[in-house]
Design a protein around this ligand. Structure first.
Ligand SMILES: CC(C)(COP(=O)(O)OP(=O)(O)OC[C@H]1O[C@@H](n2cnc3c(N)ncnc32)[C@H](O)[C@@H]1OP(=O)(O)O)[C@@H](O)C(=O)NCCC(=O)NCCS
Length: 163
């Protein structure tokens, strides 16, 4: 399932197998689910046009396991894209994550999209993802200054992502 999200991240949403909502449903029922970090964007007449979910992941090194957040999925209805909704969802989720005490968030995504919101290549911090994908698309944001300075290792997604 994570690979479906990766495909959605690298190409048009049509590349999706349209199963992502099942992942979201499973994540909602899992212990990685954080209600405050499940956000929808609505129009004035309550139409849901965007969604973001951040769930807990770990960054695992030899000596230490550090909690982080995985952004997946982030999606905006095609006819509402390029209006700033994706960016607002991200920024709002980041604010809430900080209030909850999280220092970093990671994602697989468009290398030309996420850097404008502060994401940087994870590999530059010594952080790797467990997928065979270009390192430019594996990103991390420091939600507090220098939060990733002393973190390195491999991102571990919960098993539920792979079901
Ligand atoms: C990626 C996505 C969430 C962006 O949402 P959005 O509301 O359209 O984004 P914003 O309005 O905040 O930002 C729009 C800007 O991002 C750019 N952008 C959007 N998708 C992009 C992509 N795949 N690659 C590079 N830039 C992209 C737009 O060109 C636009 O740039 P501009 O401001 O210079 O004109 C949305 O396009 C989407 O749902 N895509 C399909 C699902 C998906 O790929 N999700 C991400 C999985 S990691």
């Amino acid at each position: 399932m994570i690979y479906d999200l990766i495909m959605a991240a690298f190409a048009d949403v049509e590349e999706s197998d349209h199963q992502e909502h099942f992942l979201v449903e499973r994540l909602h029922q899992s212990n990685t689910f954080i209600p405050e970090l499940s956000l929808v964007a609505e129009t004035d007449n309550q139409k849901i046009v965007g969604y973001i979910l951040l769930t807990e992941v770990e960054i695992v090194s030899k000596n230490i396991i550090v909690s982080s957040l995985g952004v997946a999925p982030l999606s905006v209805l095609p006819e509402f894209q390029k209006l700033g909704i994706g960016g607002r969802l991200l920024k709002e989720a980041h604010k809430k994550a900080v209030l909850l005490g999280y220092d970093t968030a990671v994602l697989l995504g468009h290398k030309d999209y996420y850097p404008r919101f502060g994401y940087r290549r994870a590999i530059d911090f010594g952080i790797e993802f467990p997928f065979d994908v270009p390192s430019d698309c594996c990103m991390i944001i420091e939600l507090r200054p220098n939060a990733a300075d002393n973190i390195s290792g491999v991102v571990r997604y919960p098993d539920i992502f792979f079901e």
